[in-house]
Design a protein around this ligand. Structure first.
Ligand code: KG4
Ligand code: ZN
Length: 336
């Protein structure tokens, strides 16, 4: 089964062709990072306009690379939310048009389900049931996958996303954007016990997270050190901050895995690139006898191959959407 995937929820325009929900025949991503850089964040109007300009060339390249024509795919899968409404609409209207013109089934995909299914691309398929930690610049969610195509929410952040916390702390330390990779690198030379930063919500039994207090604690410490006139121990601050984030993410993920009887632990989203987080989750999962799955780096950031994978699994589970399908800027995951 060949699925054409389309993703345009934020600042990446992407089209991909994926066979049988896992074999990537093409995955073309046009990033708008340079367009938005000087504004310090994604400007919605500019993003949707750029999606409009990029979409057809991206689609054409994806089909050409895969060696298929639009009429030759079996299914069209598209991100329907959450994300920027104007951006989502570009991909959604394109997907509906292709589905209508070529008479193909249409499947609307939750963007976060896409991130989860990045774990099924180009590698061994993880066993069901599974627990997945989704950590990116915009999301921090813990989900359960029973194996029937559903992605059920166990909990998530109540304020900042984990990646957002990395980026904000990096800014406090005058490190360039995006801050996550910088902190990851500097933390390797630092002492993770140098500063005792808070581990919010670690003790409660919910699967919710909070990172804004941690960011404030780092800000206060930096302020105190700057006033004392000493050079900032940047590596120690990075290592201690990162350790505080990882302690909470790992503890809750592994608790969820054992309470849900998971057969595997999955990691997804841009922060999945963090080397210390990967190491810790792999160790903790191994202690429970569980494998840790992490998507290849190119599938951790926004892309259409992951949307095609999620769409294929949803289609197999019986989901087909009609042309009335609407984009949703806010789209909660189903709760367990
Ligand atoms: O999923 P993603 O590519 O995009 C958005 O959510 O927009 O995630 C980007 C986030 C950024 O916050 C970035 O700082 C973080 O992922 N990130 C990392 C690392 N690499 C990227 N955070 C920690 N350690 C890393 N190695
Ligand atoms: Zn994303």
């Amino acid at each position: 089964m060949l699925c054409l995937g389309i993703e345009s929820s934020c600042d990446e325009t992407s089209a991909a062709v994926v066979a049988d929900g896992h074999r990537v025949l093409s995955n073309v991503v046009a990033s708008q990072r340079d367009l938005h850089r000087r504004y310090g964040g994604v400007v919605p109007e500019l993003a949707s306009r750029r999606h409009l300009e990029s979409f057809l060339p991206v689609l054409e390249e994806a089909l050409q690379e895969a060696g298929v024509e639009a009429a030759g795919v079996d299914l069209v899968a598209v991100t329907r939310g959450p994300g920027l409404l104007g951006s989502l609409l570009v991909g959604l209207v394109a997907a509906k048009t292709l589905a209508y013109v070529y008479g193909k089934p249409l499947v609307g995909v939750h963007h976060l389900a896409g991130h989860v299914y990045a774990n099924f691309l180009d590698g061994a398929a993880p066993p069901w049931p599974a627990v997945c930690l989704i950590v990116s610049g915009g999301h921090t969610e813990l989900v359960f996958l029973p194996g029937d195509g559903h992605v059920l929410r166990l909990g998530g952040t109540r304020d900042d996303a984990a990646g957002e916390a990395f980026d904000k702390v990096a800014r406090l330390l005058d490190l360039p954007y995006p801050g996550g990779p910088q902190i990851d690198r500097l933390a390797r030379e630092g002492d993770p016990t140098a500063f005792a930063f808070p581990r919010a919500m670690l003790a409660d039994r919910s699967y919710d997270f909070s990172f804004s207090g941690l960011k404030t604690a780092v800000a206060l410490e930096v302020e105190r050190l700057r006033q004392a006139g000493a050079p900032l121990p940047v590596a120690d601050l990075c290592a201690s901050f990162q350790q505080a984030v990882i302690d909470v993410l790992a503890a809750k993920t592994l608790d969820a895995a054992s309470r849900c009887g998971a057969a595997a632990v999955l990691l997804a989203g841009g922060v999945a690139a963090n080397s210390a987080l990967r190491r810790r989750l792999a160790e903790d999962a191994a202690a429970l006898g569980l494998p840790l799955h992490v998507p290849a780096a190119e599938y951790c950031t926004d892309n259409a191959a992951m949307i095609a994978a999620a769409g294929t699994y949803a289609f197999r589970a019986g989901q087909v959407d009609d042309l009335e399908l609407e984009a949703a800027a806010r789209l909660p995951l189903e709760r367990l």
